[in-house]
Design a protein around this ligand. Sequence first.
Ligand code: FA5
Length: 392
Amino acid sequence: MPTVDNPTEKTLAELGVNDAQGVAEKFAEVRARFDRQVALEADEIRKLMLQEAWLGSDSDPVTSLRNFWVGRKTGVLTLITENWLKKSPSSLKGVIGKQFNELKGHIETKLEEQRKRIEEKTEAAALTREQVDLSLPGVIRPIGSHHLIRQVFQEIEDIFFSIGFSVVEGPEIETPYYNFEALNIPEFHPVRDDMDTFYLDLPKGASTPLLLRTHTSPMQIRTMEKQKPPVRVIVPGKVYRRDNPDATHSFAFHQIEGLAVDTDITFCDFTGTIEYFVKQFFGPSVKTRFRPSYFPFTEPSVEFDVSCPFCGGTGTAAAGGTCTKCKGAAWIELFGAGMVDPAVYGFVNYDAKKVSGFAFGIGIDRLAMLKYSIDDIQVFFQNDVRFLSQFP
Ligand code: FA5
């Protein structure tokens, strides 16, 4: 690239220099020019690049300046070697060589100093930019917690763990066989009406209909199919029914199934287990009672009630008047249960003459409502943080 008034592009003879003094003056000129340029800041060099075409090719002005002076092909030092040193009479070569070495040393030292200066400046700027102000308040993110339903699941699981039960889980999409037939609920049995459910759309020609399970009881069958007695499991999970939503009904809700089968399980084991659970869950002062009920897969079947934990089983609110929770009945219905119907053992190849057991199915949402005085089941599904954060 042509330069503005760069004497090193010409020979000394062309510049009219023919003695040692002239040589010294030319070197002094070049050195002065270098000293001016090397002292400039990057911005100023950039300006110079625009004024003098010589710095044009490199985007970084400092590199451009460096190339101008020590670049291998057309740098000033190379030009001095080619135009001044090689093309001068041998009488001047000694002086030129000495001046050249001095200039070369000077330029290299100054460029190195410039490099260090720029590096330090860049580092200092980066340090200032990246400085962390430890006195600034931090970003406080709210910590989440388990949903109340999950907390109740865990509480119940812990109680049953403590008396030797283990947890199993099963599919939410079931076949009618597991959801109904194997539980002794044949097609057209009226009890199916209470558990009207969601059937899945299947591809044409699919042989087995599929449905969202209406209760966790299918896992009784699946567990016994897999495992010989003794069986002692609880099954937490989601279930679905085509119930219209209201304060105590949802189309998706939660249950925990319990099943214990062995060679000598009696009704006393059953009541003892349930009472233990209820007293652990609600506190030792609650009373329990059974009422006869009906489930096709238990015989006898019962509904299990607890004395109302809100009015202490009196039916009267503390402030007087009827207890709104139990509506004055003094008892609250908790869940269905019973001794496993021998017919069910036939579906899982257990010998009904040798084994006996009990099962129960607890509605978790209603249990949580009872324990934590929640009067609308829908709040469990609305994900309103104002509600959820009350149960950290
Ligand atoms: C059953 O689901 C039986 N599988 C329980 C059982 C298991 C009996 C083992 C015997 C042996 P039921 O339909 O009553 O039973 O439902 C059990 C509980 O689920 C009820 O007590 C209630 O707490 C809850 N529940 C039922 N329907 C709904 C609903 N739509 N929304 C919220 N909870 C419900």
